[in-house]
Design a protein around this ligand. Sequence first.
Ligand code: IVH
Length: 729
Amino acid sequence: MSEAPVPARARERADALRELLHDHAHRYYVLDAPSLPDAEYDKLFQELQALEEQHPALRTPDSPTQRVGGKVLDGFGKVRHKVPMLSIRTETDIEASGARNFDARVRRELGLAETDPPIGYVAELKFDGLAINLRYEHGTLVQAATRGDGEIGEDVTQNIQTIGQIPLRLSTVRPEPVEGSAPTPVRPELVEGQARGASTGSARTASSPLPPPPVLEVRGEVYMRRDDFERMNELQREKIAKGAKNEKTFVNPRNAAAGAVRQLDQAITRQRPLSFFAYGWGEITPPEEGGPAFETHHDVLQAMKAWGLPVSDRVALAHGAEDLVAYHQAVGRERDGLPFDIDGVVYKVDNLALQKRMGFVTREPRWAVAHKFPAQEQVTTVESIDIYVGRTGKLTPVARLKPVFVGGVTVTNATLHNEDEARRKDVRVGDTVIVRRAGDVIPEVVAVVPDKRLHEAQLFTMPRLCPVCGSEAVREEGEVDYRCTGGLFCGAQRKQAILHFVQRRALDVEGLGEKLVDQMVEAGIVKTLPDLYRLGLVALVALERMGEKSAQNLLAGLEQSKKTTLPRFLYGLGIRHVGETTAKDLARYFGRLDGVMDASPEQLLEVPDVGPIVAESVHTFFQQPHNREVVEQLRACGVHWEEGEPPVRAPKPLAGKTVVLTGTLPTLTRDEAKDMLEAAGAKVAGSVSKKTDYVVAGAEAGSKLEKAQALGVAVLDEEGLQALLKGEL
Ligand code: IVH
């Protein structure tokens, strides 16, 4: 029988897919630096599988579909697995039918009738780490190997020995069963008493002590807990910040775990916090040679636990498809709360005789399936980086993405948090990025795929002007965020600014609450604060649920609010860092609004309890023409208060000057000189720099005097100091 000719397009596509998959497999298994998320790889893999099924002539011996995948890294010894480490079929259907399809297939392959009892399964978590084979001989760990290509893996014994959770010796004496540690059945009522279907778990392991068999190969997953991962990356970032050259951060716990296990330097593995779960086995001494006789998969896991191996307490017994569906759903709900990453669940036929009857296809057992959850990571491209301005004026860089389905929803934006984060990840327009969305957490760019960067991609820089209103955006010392300083004028901050202005402790406009402010802003009748005082009856009555009476009341409330006080007005402006107390301090000190508006940062620093951050904030606020304009208009609308005169204060001729004292003066002690200088407004500093205005030098002045001379700073003696204080210099 001759096969249909293969269309050229299918051949080209198959070639391209093979190329892509090979390349990715190399990065994934050998370099531990994947360039595609798993889901993407699976999709391509399945596409190739389908093409090859359709056109068997396309199936080449070296096709990635013909082997389990992976390659042995030079540097590790090679281990031929006694029992091949197989892969597992993946059920991609994210709904309940994934479990139902599997159950139907199992029943069909076992030739069961509809009237036959439900099949007994074990449902487990699908841990997202690295598969490992642990070989124990007479209870001692003698070898640990990675899966490699399934036939030959890498000898990573030394690295695995550093993982505290992996026993170097198995226990012979079983500990007393601990309450709560028994695996939970999905539906407990189905386990006890009722027919357990094809799975008849023996109770043997629950009572008599069981010595480990002469040969036992434990298979399981090495993984990293999320908290350990975060802590480790934090440490990595610190090292990088301190200039360490060969350090990097990891994209996710899976890569971190895989990297640590396949690390040639054992000392590094030792520092990486790894964990382990056992979920299966390879070679095991058969009963006829003195090994234990197990009837079910679940019994083996129980025995492993008894021998001291970590087995997840989320292993559950299930009967029939609906139990599996319930497990899938329950785990799906709790997924984000688990302390480690999983990418799905695994269903296994529990009864070992049935497993044997079902057997294997090329690379996968027929009696098990992995049922995945929607991938939480995907690749997409960055179309632009926009700046979002929040209600409080905070500027957040946001990556606009080519829409991508991830974590169960279509994602089009991902926050880059702030300038430092965007720089650290070095996300640029046009970049191919890995996007993550887990649970209700906002989508995030995890990493850039570096070799897909376009040549012309420009480094991201934070704008210095607010994209909404054009006011200056500033980043205060010690803060990570840029903020718009156009608080009164900025469209993004409108609602917040108005609400703040009208609140009881500020202008106290009666009858104006959040809902009404929302309506006014959305209707476009109030854009800036002065618009409030320009409202008329007609515009107000047009608002939802606003009768003429309440409109009139509101107008009366607005009218009344015009007579206010300077502290209330200052507070109402919503200047960052200016609360009620600071507003009072400023009002008391300057007496008049103009005094505050025109004050230099140095003058503001003179106000008791005002430090550099507040001084800078007030100054910048009133430097914005838009803000000054709003203040003028409010006054023009009739907002007024009683202005006072600034209290008479001793003149401060030395405000803003920095003076350094050195040596012994003829009549004044150091403290006296310091007090006099500070009273005149000078700052007395301890060391000389270019910013020093004067150095006052007495007898035995040393290096400070020399430095002053070198820098050309004016040097005074005590007489000069007196002249300076009198303002004569
Ligand atoms: S059983 C013969 N059970 O998923 C069946 N695998 O291809 C062998 N995995 O890399 C796999 N959790 O390391 C099984 N509870 C679990 C698992 C699990 C994670 C990994 C395994 C392998 C992949 C399956």
